[in-house]
Design a binder for this molecule. Structure first.
Ligand SMILES: O=C(CO)[C@H](O)[C@H](O)COP(=O)(O)O
Length: 208
């Protein structure tokens, strides 16, 4: 089970300070959608340069122009890029083919998906990795619950889980055995991100 740091709503300098602070404890560095909108592929390129041994995920949240946008992320140095589950099948297929041709990977973000049928269709399309995601705005009313994991019940697909994960909620999430746990605010807003990341990593290591 891998730990992913999500860099969202941060300045360029803060992204690098935080990453440096927690880098020993994390496996994947996610450059968040808002950060990409602010700084473009330049921040993906710089992250790749500074952290050659970490996995880098560009949270592109692609919903059209799949080939072009996936290639942008991969050519900048990302190992994984994201595409939205609600995107047209043609877009999802374009991103999967682009990833395959460059030996990279797509994660399909299930934000807003409530029907397991759609996830089954995605798997039939060749999707092998999905993000179970409770969005920032949804987090005001809800917490991550079993309904997210029900979406992939019985399917052969790797999972990442995201949406307000904290040290307190971590054991309940680990119980579902996702492949990746994504933590944004739980680290970026921590008083001491270095120690907090170590605690996340220890808890994950202890429970797998
Ligand atoms: O993809 C995202 C937002 O779209 C975030 O990266 C993800 O939700 C993790 O952040 P947080 O732990 O703060 O919810």
């Amino acid at each position: 089970m891998k730990l992913q740091l999500a860099l969202d709503r941060l300045s360029w300098d803060r992204c690098f300070q935080l990453t440096e602070d927690v880098q020993e404890s994390i496996d994947i560095i996610e450059i968040g959608t808002g950060v990409i909108k602010e700084y473009g592929m330049a921040i993906v390129r710089e992250m790749r340069k500074r952290y050659p041994h970490h996995i880098i995920l560009a949270d592109m949240k692609i919903c059209d122009a799949g080939k072009h946008e996936a290639a942008q992320a991969f050519e900048a140095g990302a190992d994984i890029a994201t595409v939205m589950a609600f995107a047209p099948q043609a877009t999802i297929i374009e991103t999967l083919e682009t990833a395959r041709s460059l030996q990279k990977e797509m994660m399909v973000d299930l934000l807003g998906v409530t029907e397991p049928q759609l996830v089954q269709e995605l798997v039939q399309l060749g999707v092998t990795f999905v993000g179970l995601h409770l969005g920032k705005d949804q987090q005001k009313q809800q917490q991550i619950g079993s309904e997210l994991f029900d979406l992939v019940e019985g399917l052969s697909v790797r999972t990442a889980v995201a949406g307000g994960v904290t040290l307190k909620s971590l054991p309940d999430i680990i119980a579902y055995q996702p492949n990746v746990i994504i933590v944004g605010s739980g680290l970026t807003k921590a008083e001491d991100p270095h120690t907090m990341a170590k605690q996340f990593k220890e808890e994950i290591t202890r429970n797998v």
